[in-house]
Design a protein around this ligand. Structure first.
Ligand SMILES: Cc1cc2nc3c(=O)[nH]c(=O)nc-3n(C[C@H](O)[C@H](O)[C@H](O)COP(=O)(O)O)c2cc1C
Length: 166
């Protein structure tokens, strides 16, 4: 099912097909305990009690994969991403989109999601992404919630509150 989830989320678009998100699918007790130790107290049980918690990271070296991801224009695109600040902003924008695709894909498959940003990013990077240029963005617990374990849904902004025609 986790592979099915990836097969769905991978089709969400990213700029120049850059696909900078990297996913660590934590399903072992040890892995979840290691992550929970780096999370805020309130978030710990949400990690430990879920069957799966995903760490979504942004790979700042994402352009290395462009020969595979954009074979028709890899070299020119790599040059553009080598401009100062470009890889950071591109990785954050598109990695966050891919994290959102993960949530939407999981919900489409009938799963519940608990996205969380309450954790020590630098600690998670040291513990899970050592030796890489991948930086943690957010984490997301996934499973089948119960009325006790998922938040009641709060209202959202109306169409008019959130925007306008122009
Ligand atoms: C990037 C992100 C970070 C979040 N961080 C936390 C968190 O640290 N702890 C938590 O309990 N919920 C966290 N949430 C959950 C949101 O509060 C929740 O998704 C939001 O209120 C919408 O509710 P819904 O999940 O019912 O749609 C986070 C959500 C997102 C998208």
């Amino acid at each position: 099912m986790v592979r099915d989830l990836y097969e769905l989320l991978k089709w969400g678009p990213t700029s120049a097909n850059s696909s900078p998100a990297r996913f660590i699918w934590l399903r072992t007790t040890e892995g979840k305990a290691k992550l929970a130790g780096l999370a805020t107290e309130k978030n710990r049980p949400k990690i430990l009690e879920a069957p799966l918690t995903v760490i979504i990271g942004n790979d700042l070296d994402f352009a290395d994969a462009l020969p595979k991801l954009m074979p028709q224009n890899a070299e020119a695109t790599q040059k553009a991403f080598a401009q100062p600040g470009m890889s950071e902003v591109t990785a954050m924008r598109n990695g966050s989109l891919q994290g959102a695709y993960l949530i939407i894909a999981a919900r489409a498959l009938g799963l519940d999601c608990g996205p969380m940003s309450g954790f020590d990013n630098a600690g998670v990077d040291r513990a899970f992404f050592a030796g890489t240029r991948t930086q943690s963005n957010f984490i997301c617990s996934i499973g089948y919630g119960t009325p006790d374990s998922v938040f009641p849904r709060n209202p959202r902004l109306s169409f008019e509150d959130a925007g306008h025609f122009a």
